[in-house]
Design a protein around this ligand. Structure first.
Ligand code: SPQ
Length: 427
């Protein structure tokens, strides 16, 4: 599937409600599946990734009904999960793969996990290694690093694990296994990654302890079903925050966006670059901070992005690169090696696709350097099957001279099924 994006002439103006947060939607289904009782979810993201999570847990014997952004999960506790007769297919979703492995590690049965061609390249030993150390039996290609993976769970013991990478998926996978392991399980990370698991486990009645960069749970804990209201996804809002900042004569209101501080690096960067961005009606839902965001066009300055902020904006870097092409001077992104193991190697794909539009951008070992401002030119680009690359290129298309054709734009449905409709609504 291809999508042609034309230059926007009269600005992007209006109000949109971005779809539900992908990280929170996955967790609401998974935690509902292992909880005792019926969990109801509203504001769920019906994107392909979260639908893969529903499909996997249905195959694990959990009754789940989904209709649009409403989901009902009939949890029967940890022991409600049963040995699947079918292979668990995670599609394109790294979150489904890694968090589900943590849950399966303590279940006394065998499962096989596969995904698409992108998942088949993503490193899984970052979770399979510690889960093996806890006692799970896991095998797969390259000694259990790559899918297809087979896992036989069972008796597991707590672990005191120090992760080399700041990864919410690693942290969550080990903590989920820890909930049904003997003793205490702790995970320490080099920088704080998104903390939705910690917040939502607490909402489901779990005792979670944090001390600095270490999170711990005791084994033998049960979850109690909840009503979860999922806020809008700031990673989806990011495309419109950037569009509002760079498309001349724009003013966009983004309602009900999650502003958990572990996710708001994009807001800090926009403010540092001089964007007109306001947070309104700040409030809290299910332990997650939420606000309405208002962005309008402004002059922008390049900046340096590195260190602690990287995990707080890792998924926004493709669209931040587009933003930087319109800022005065150099933008340097460092410490972002993790981009290499996402749906694509996002250092390579961002640089190659933006170059096709005439951007001054160079890859580095751990990030990229962008010089602006540059008038982008229309061309044909490719998402490479990566939703965030597809959307970033579509936003670039809103300011390029001439049309930008985004090839493989079907990948966008992973996290933002009505993305193009929302762009058109703002014209
Ligand atoms: O689920 P998946 O495929 O890994 O999705 C991505 C994305 O761009 O949507 C990453 F490719 O988001 C991850 C994110 O990068 C979702 C996530 C989570 O929900 O826990 C955490 C981050 O990954 P990690 O490896 O840093 O934990």
């Amino acid at each position: 599937m291809n999508n042609k994006v034309e230059k926007v002439t009269g600005g992007l103006n209006g109000t949109i409600k971005v779809p539900g947060d992908k990280s929170i939607s996955h967790r609401a289904v998974m935690f509902g599946a292992i909880a005792n009782g019926t969990t109801t979810i509203e504001g769920f993201l019906p994107g392909d990734d979260c639908l893969s999570t529903i499909d996997c847990f249905q195959k694990l014997g959990v009754q789940i009904e989904a209709s649009g952004d409403k989901v009902k999960v009939d949890g029967k506790g940890w022991s409600g999960l049963v040995e699947p007769t079918e292979i668990l297919d995670v599609g394109n979703s790294g979150t489904t793969t890694r968090l589900m492995l943590g849950i399966l590690a303590t279940r006394p049965f065998h499962s096989v996990v596969i995904g698409d061609a992108s998942i088949a390249k993503r490193p899984m030993s970052r979770v399979t290694e510690p889960l093996r150390q806890m006692g799970a039996t896991i095998d797969g290609r390259n000694n259990g690093d790559l899918t297809p993976l087979s896992i036989r769970g069972g008796h597991t013991s707590g672990i005191d694990f120090t992760s080399k990478v700041a990864s919410a998926q690693v942290k969550s996978s080990i903590l989920l296994a820890g909930l049904q392991s003997e003793g205490v399980t702790s995970v320490t990370e080099p920088h704080l990654s998104r903390d939705h698991t910690e917040r939502m486990l607490q909402a489901f009645g779990v005792d979670v302890q944090r001390e600095g960069l270490t999170v711990s749970v005791k084994g033998g804990q049960e979850l109690t079903s909840q009503h979860i209201v999922v806020p809008g996804d700031i990673s989806s809002a990011a495309f419109f925050l950037v569009a509002g900042a760079i498309v001349p004569s724009s003013r966009i209101v983004l309602e009900n966006v999650g502003v958990n501080p572990t996710r708001t690096g994009i807001i800090d960067v926009l403010q540092q670059m001089g964007a007109n961005l306001e947070l309104m009606n700040e409030r809290e839902t299910n332990g997650e901070p939420v606000a309405d965001l208002v962005i309008s066009t402004s002059e922008l300055q390049g900046c340096e992005i590195d260190g602690d902020i990287i995990p707080r904006l890792i998924d926004e870097i493709p669209v931040i690169a587009v933003l930087a092409t319109q800022a005065q001077g150099k933008t340097v992104i460092r410490d972002a090696e993790e981009l290499k193991v996402k749906e694509t190697n996002r250092i390579d794909t961002v640089v190659s696709e933006l170059k096709k539009l005439g951007a001054k951008i160079e890859a580095t070992d751990d990030g990229m350097i962008i010089e602006g401002p540059v008038q982008l030119q229309g061309n044909t680009v490719n998402s490479h099957g990566d939703h965030r690359i597809g959307m970033a290129m579509a936003i670039a298309g809103c300011i390029a001279n001439g049309n930008v054709t985004v090839e493989n734009s079907g990948a966008i449905a992973v996290s933002y099924p009505n993305f193009f409709e929302h762009i058109n609504n703002l014209k």
